[in-house]
Design a protein around this ligand. Structure first.
Ligand SMILES: Cc1cc2nc3c(=O)[nH]c(=O)nc-3n(C[C@H](O)[C@H](O)[C@H](O)COP(=O)(O)O)c2cc1C
Length: 203
């Protein structure tokens, strides 16, 4: 059977979500998927970026990561979105990309895909779950199949977020628990998408 296509579409200003996205990519590849890791375009003013050296540094370090396009969404059987929490919501950079997808949605090219999401915030109760749930609003509108990690692996009892892999950025870069949770989330998404793909091919 042909492999599952997985797009990982993320925004990261200072690298935490990027690191999670890489672990998601590893997990998806290990589960047998073809993977596209894509960052969305930066939309912040230069002055805002330049006010934060970590932002400047991360932008330069990831300049070679391809930018997300509509083709990545059309191509994918499953999409994992990653975003920092911004006042309990997804970053406007990711929303800006999502807000260009009207034509794809209207043409029925997004419905039926598998979706999942991951995030980072500066504090443990700083809106990680609300950020993921806010993204889920869009998945509903797209007619997507939402696949959360739940507590489907022992790592979830350590990482503690059944909604999607989450990291507290003030604790340092994502550690092994968050990375393992990210890989597990990806594996679960790939397994679900593979089962759907196989079932649909039989119809
Ligand atoms: C405008 C703005 C709003 C933010 N809002 C929150 C918030 O509500 N709660 C929180 O814990 N962190 C908040 N943060 C911190 C970011 O979530 C944190 O820097 C981010 O997760 C780091 O991810 P990154 O390294 O991938 O950019 C905010 C940051 C910015 C710039």
């Amino acid at each position: 059977m042909e492999p599952v296509n997985v797009a990982i579409i993320y925004y990261s200003a200072t690298g935490n979500v990027h690191t999670l996205a890489q672990a998601v990519a590893e997990g998806a590849e290990k589960a047998g998927a073809q993977v596209r890791l894509r960052r969305v375009a930066e939309t912040a003013p230069e002055a805002a970026i330049n006010s934060n050296p970590a932002w400047v540094e991360h932008r330069a370090a990831t300049a070679d990561v391809e930018e997300a396009t509509h083709d990545d969404l059309s191509w994918a059987d499953a999409v994992l979105f990653g975003t920092p929490s911004r006042f309990g919501n997804p970053a406007s950079q990711l929303r800006a990309f999502i807000d260009t997808t009207g034509p794809l949605w209207f043409a029925g090219k997004i419905a039926g895909k598998v979706f999942s999401a991951f995030t980072a915030s500066n504090t443990a109760h700083g809106g990680q779950e609300s950020t993921i749930l806010a993204l889920s609003n869009t998945f509903y509108h797209w007619g997507g199949i939402i696949v959360p990690p739940g507590y489907t692996d022992p790592i979830q009892f350590q990482s503690g977020n059944p909604y999607g892999t989450s990291h507290v950025a003030t604790e340092g870069a994502p550690g092994e628990v968050a990375l393992q949770a990210a890989r597990h989330q990806a594996r679960r998404v790939v397994d679900t998408a593979a089962a759907l793909k196989a079932g649909r091919n039989e119809i």
